[in-house]
Design a binder for this molecule. Structure first.
Ligand code: ATP
Length: 429
């Protein structure tokens, strides 16, 4: 994990938040390569789950929602973790993590008994900070979709089964954030709410578990690092009938990447009751009216990015030296090609390399780099997972060919400049 954290900072994937002020604990800023990786991951999710399907509609809902939403959803009354405080060092612990619930694991001081702690962030809307203006930052993106169920019915008339999907920020005032970006208080989620006839819920749950599991494998996670884990009855969230996690083998152990839950008809019923609006589904063939069940695959963007970073990390021995390389698959990889001039003191070579990179940039993510010797530039590109390095040398000026080096095989090929872009596009598709 230390190697990943240090590579992320060194190469510009992820930085500590507010670092020049000593950092704000457990906040992280995505740098130039991190944001490309994260965007590619979100794009891949959107493509599979929205664009390639006929039955899922995309959404982008507000983070701030009517306070009644969180009463109806159960978050005001049920979204708690139990915490214990040390009476000596004042540190706060999640009670479930404690081996001894009487003694502080840090200083040995006496702990208070376990007390409930609501995980929602509270703030005020408008200029007056009074209790009537209290509002929450959403702790999940799901509710935005439930409260739009009737709007979607009216606007698009979808037939069951159908879903809504959304990617966006959520906030939880976690008691013990940590493990780099694994658990933070501000994070991004990718959630699908899939509405089904209750009799089809079990089958849909199984299909979604497989579909989500295979999505991670399809993007390159090694099968031995991915597993499914069924929730025990005592672990289920207040709304869930059943839940299966997709877990990744992180350096700190197996942990949840995504949960796929059967939320039953809890949410629509609650919102119908609290809003006094009709949120049932009318089946015009059977003339039945009922609350659909909801199957929810809910994943974390930041956790997935972290898993893909860890899984891609390789150290290889090359001629007595260690080569660090991030072997992202081609869809996720932040930069597809880097154009490097072999001699940076030759203006014709530099200009040609810049022109080639400008042309490639029109079709995919490419960079130009002339800030080191070729050996150093290759090492740097390997460390960020760049798929192809294109080198412009003296010979290029004569034969109009460049050297293309593959990240994975390290084999080099001479390709004519005219055919370079098409050659790379073929490799990337
Ligand atoms: P955990 O048990 O790890 O707290 P959870 O079961 O509460 O997670 P869900 O409510 O199912 O999580 O949220 C769905 C997904 O959102 C999780 O699988 C995870 O990927 C992501 N997620 C939840 N909480 C956080 C967090 N604090 N930091 C980063 N990602 C999170």
């Amino acid at each position: 994990m230390d190697k990943i954290v240090s590579l992320c900072k060194r190469r510009g994937f992820i930085f500590q938040g507010s670092e020049i002020y000593g950092g704000l604990a457990n906040t992280w800023d995505y740098g130039p390569y991190g944001v490309e990786l994260k965007n590619n991951l979100k794009k891949a999710w959107w493509k599979t789950n929205v664009q390639e399907r006929n039955d899922i509609l995309g959404m982008d809902c507000a983070i701030l929602m009517h306070p009644k939403v969180w009463e109806a959803s159960g978050h005001v009354h049920n979204f708690f973790d139990m915490k214990s405080d040390c009476m000596n060092c004042k540190k706060r612990f999640k009670s479930a993590d404690l081996k001894d619930d009487a003694k502080c694991p840090e200083c040995g001081g006496q702990l208070t008994g376990a007390r409930p702690f609501n995980l929602m962030f509270k703030t005020y809307q408008g200029p007056v900070e009074e209790s009537g203006n209290e509002i929450y930052l959403r702790p999940e993106t799901a509710q935005g979709m439930f409260v739009n169920f009737a709007n979607i019915q009216d606007a698009r008339h979808p037939k069951l089964p159908f879903g809504m999907a959304q990617i966006g920020k959520s906030f939880r005032n976690e008691i013990t954030p940590g493990n780099f970006t694994f658990r933070t208080r501000e994070f991004e989620q990718m959630e699908i709410e899939y509405f089904v006839n209750p009799k089809d819920a079990e089958r849909a749950l199984g299909e979604w578990i497989d579909s989500r599991f295979n999505w991670y494998l399809g993007l390159g996670i090694k099968p031995e690092n991915l597993r499914k884990r069924q929730h025990g009855k005592d672990e289920l969230a207040h709304y869930a009938h059943a839940c299966m996690d997709v877990e990744y083998n992180f350096p700190f152990g197996w942990a949840e990447l995504e949960g796929v839950a059967n939320r039953a008809d809890f949410d629509l019923k609650q919102h119908a009751q609290y809003s006094s609006k009709e949120l049932q589904y009318f089946d015009d063939t059977t003339k039945e009216k009922f609350y659909p069940y909801i199957i929810e695959p809910s994943g974390g963007v930041d956790r997935a990015v972290l898993a893909f970073l860890i899984d891609a990390y390789h150290e290889e021995k090359v001629k007595e030296e260690t080569r660090v390389v991030l072997k992202f698959n081609k869809e996720l990889c932040p930069v597809k090609a880097a154009v490097l001039p072999l001699l940076r003191n030759r203006p014709e070579i530099v200009e040609l390399a810049k022109n080639i990179s400008a042309d490639l940039k029109k079709s995919f993510t490419a960079v130009y780099d002339d800030t080191g010797s070729i050996g150093k530039l290759y090492r740097r590109q390997d460390e960020v997972g760049t798929l192809y390095c294109v080198t412009v040398d003296v010979q290029t000026l004569e034969d109009k060919q460049v050297t293309v080096r593959s990240r994975d095989t390290m084999l080099q090929e001479r390709i004519s400049i005219d055919q370079l872009k098409q050659y790379l596009i073929n490799k990337l598709s």
